[in-house]
Write a protein of this length. Structure first.
Length: 300
């Protein structure tokens, strides 16, 4: 407790000096440094924190946030942080157009066979045998062949019309399902909230409003919405199988493994963390970017 109090005092003094030195709004740590730090694991990350920043309180100082009171909640400060470190939003993959869905529906093997059969049928319906062969046939046969020739195209056209109907219905169903899924995903993102400390008050804010420097409270059952570094933990264990494939729960502590990663679940305990990466810069965001989602945002 004595060390924590000393760190808090030291934090307050350095914070004031940082306010004077960084009157232009710059932070004492860059986005690239935070991303590189969050890519490390356990002892490597702890060593990097100690060598470069002293401890987690040093990172809080550079991020201009209080470990106990969090951010002030000033809209101008939040906007500046979002401009520097990004928003806690992963742009979805660009939706497919209706024509692209039609093209995908046309790739079905059964439909390809029907298309070929329809084209062959249409070709044969317009084929006229040589006049020499017709001369050998009777008048009745010639009349029957002329009647069949006039209506033979109907079979091929009917097959093509059936293929067109199936393709349009399939493409429309896929387009409708994708639209409903994106609407549901957007609603979930807007309604999902997480507990943070701002201005000394414990409040719940939408996950999309979380920014770098926020002090977030984590507890059993939470799905972490951003990357962070543990400030205080109470027997905290995390399920990181979604990111690393490790089935065993990972114990998080200040002296062994303080990094908390987005997309992982809190299985035991509770604690507080300072948010260090959000959106496409978080570990989950980086993975989604590699899979194709948010590619345009990452290029910018």
């Amino acid at each position: 407790m004595g060390d924590m109090a000393n760190n808090s005092v030291a934090y307050g003094g350095v914070k004031n000096s940082l306010k004077e030195a960084n009157h232009d709004g710059d932070f004492g740590i860059t986005l690239a440094e935070l991303r590189a730090l969050m890519e490390l694991r356990s002892t490597d990350a702890l060593r990097k924190i100690q060598e470069s920043y002293g401890d987690v309180y040093g990172i809080c100082t550079r991020l201009k946030t209080s470990p106990n009171e969090g951010l002030s909640g000033n809209p101008a400060d939040i906007e500046r942080r979002e401009a520097v470190f990004g928003k806690n939003f992963i742009p979805p993959k660009k939706p497919k157009t209706f024509l692209q869905l039609v093209w995908e529906a046309l790739q079905d093997v059964t439909l390809i066979i029907l298309e070929i059969a329809a084209l062959v049928s249409l070709g044969l319906s317009f084929y006229q045998p040589p006049e020499g062969d017709n001369a050998l046939c009777g008048q009745v046969s010639v009349g029957e062949e002329e009647g069949e020739g006039e209506t033979g195209w109907i079979e091929g056209a009917a097959i093509l019309l059936s293929v067109v109907c199936v393709v349009l219905v399939t493409a429309f169903n896929d387009w409708s399902k994708e639209k409903q899924f994106r609407g549901l995903q957007s609603r979930i993102e807007q309604e999902q909230k997480f507990t943070v400390i701002r201005g000394g008050q414990v409040i719940q804010i939408p996950v999309a409003d979380i920014t770098v420097g926020d002090i977030a409270q984590v507890k059993y059952g939470d799905l972490l919405p951003a990357d962070g570094i543990l400030i205080q933990g109470n027997d905290l264990k995390i399920d990181e199988s979604s990111l690393t494939g490790e089935s065993d729960h990972v114990k998080k502590s200040l002296d062994k493994d303080p990094l908390l990663l987005s997309g992982t679940h809190v299985m035991e305990g509770s604690g507080r963390m300072v948010v260090t990466a959000v959106g496409v810069n978080s570990q989950t965001g980086i993975i989604f970017t590699l899979l194709g989602a948010g590619g345009e945002e990452e290029e910018k």
